[in-house]
Design a protein around this ligand. Structure first.
Ligand SMILES: Cc1ncc(COP(=O)(O)O)c(C=O)c1O
Length: 415
């Protein structure tokens, strides 16, 4: 690990206090032009005694705006202290989790996985247009049928065509024959450039697409493409549970990644992460953003610096070994759940390195699904699947209570 260390609360407090001290202090410095201030002290009491023990709450009160991207070019000087923590955590995740060479990636804390995915699509659409003179109708998105709907949203916003590759009903692997047919058909319709969204943990199944399947098919068909990994769910799991994987920046075909800190990392909502190899983000530069100091190259404008600090704190509270232990605990619980389902012959999908178990719905009584808060694949009509996501709060005794009741309900059904 190059950057990822475990830090005590005291060490973190000192670093964050120093960073907050380098940001603007509205009480000390006259600043007539900036349309920002700390949180309203009439509403959010800033003298509460517990604040001294909580650097994150102090950051919320101070309310730094991390508008822009802090891994390249200039940034707003008012918030330079905490921007450095964001820069550090982007570098840490790129290098120590996603195997980038040091200082080879840009990135920022986005509002969530949706924004980070759309940022990638926007960036590649513009890259193809500006670098290769592509016309809009010559660019298309391609992803699997299990892909998150943010891709459809992005296609709609960016006026991009979108192609969906079916996956096998049991293995959830991409159907390579259909993929090839879809690329050929898209080419006949004039598509020359593809933006691939490959999943590292689909929303419903936790399945992981092999991006090399896309690489082989697209190369065979002699088209240009870029690959974005949607690791919104799996980004803090799969690189840890399967460290030898190459679905990261060590693979020259992978150009950008989405992660969500507000999922597995249990950060506050509004905390997605966008990572991209250098020399790509400038394709979404909005030059009209002249009142912002630095390059406006992110989809959102103003955003809370406190969210970046939250990610920084979580990473440094656990350190690499603490996080490894946590993920292994969740994988162990998931293994136990699957072992129980195997005993009673309930069919399910589970990627062996992920913490999602998705069971065939016909085996699950409605009352059981309601009682245990299982999530169906659809809320419109009869579901085909129900999933269990083994988060931190999903303990082994909950899993065992569920599987026992499931075994009883199946026995009753056969009597
Ligand atoms: C794989 C995947 N990508 C993207 C998203 C969108 O994330 P968000 O809700 O943070 O915008 C989700 C959310 O569930 C997801 O599971």
């Amino acid at each position: 690990m190059k950057y990822w260390t475990k830090l005590s609360h005291k060490e973190q407090d000192e670093i964050i206090t120093l960073a907050l001290g380098e940001n603007i202090d509205y009480k000390q410095k006259v600043s007539l032009g900036i349309p920002a201030s700390q949180l309203d002290p009439n509403v959010f009491y800033d003298q509460a005694s517990f604040l001294k023990d909580s650097p994150l709450l102090r950051a919320y009160i101070q309310n730094p705006n991390h508008i822009g991207c802090h891994t390249l070019g200039d940034s707003e000087l008012f918030f330079a202290g905490t921007q450095k923590l964001e820069q550090q955590v982007i570098e840490l995740i790129s290098v120590d989790m996603f195997k980038a060479a040091p200082l080879s990636c840009d990135g920022y804390i986005a509002a969530g996985g949706t924004e980070a995915n759309i940022q990638a699509m926007w960036m590649y659409r513009n890259l193809f247009m500006q670098q290769f003179g592509a016309q809009l109708q010559e660019i298309a998105l391609i992803s699997s049928t299990d892909t998150h709907y943010s891709v459809v949203k992005g296609a709609n916003l960016l006026s991009l065509r979108s192609f969906s590759v079916p996956t096998d009903d049991e293995s959830k692997e991409l159907n390579e024959v259909r993929l090839d047919q879809i690329i050929k058909s898209a080419k006949r319709q004039g598509v020359k450039y593809f933006i691939v969204i490959a999943n590292m943990g689909t929303t419903m199944f936790g399945s992981v697409d092999d991006p090399m399947v896309y690489v082989d098919a697209l190369n065979r068909n002699e088209v240009r493409f870029r690959i974005h990994i949607d690791a919104a769910f799996g980004g803090f799991v799969y690189p840890i549970s399967h460290p030898e994987n190459v679905f990261n920046f060590s693979n020259p075909y992978i150009s950008s990644v989405t992660l969500d800190a507000h999922k597995m990392l249990q950060a506050p909502y509004g905390t997605g992460i966008f990572l991209a190899r250098k020399n790509q983000m400038q394709y979404v530069f909005t030059k009209e953003a002249s009142y912002v100091n630095g390059m406006d190259i992110t989809l959102c404008g103003s955003r809370s610096g406190a969210n970046a600090i939250a990610v920084w704190m979580i990473m440094h509270t656990y350190g690499p070994y603490g996080w490894l232990e946590k993920i292994n605990k969740l994988i162990y619980r998931t293994d136990c759940c699957c072992a129980e389902l195997d005993k009673m012959g309930v069919p399910y999908y589970r990627h062996p390195k992920m913490n999602i178990v998705t069971m065939r719905a016909e085996y699950i009584a409605n009352e059981l699904a309601d009682k245990y808060g299982l999530v169906p694949d659809t809320h419109h009509g009869m579901p085909n699947w129900y999933k269990i996501v083994v988060m931190d709060h999903v303990e082994l005794n909950h899993i065992m209570a569920f599987t026992q009741e499931l075994a009883e309900s199946l026995q009753e059904a056969t009597v």
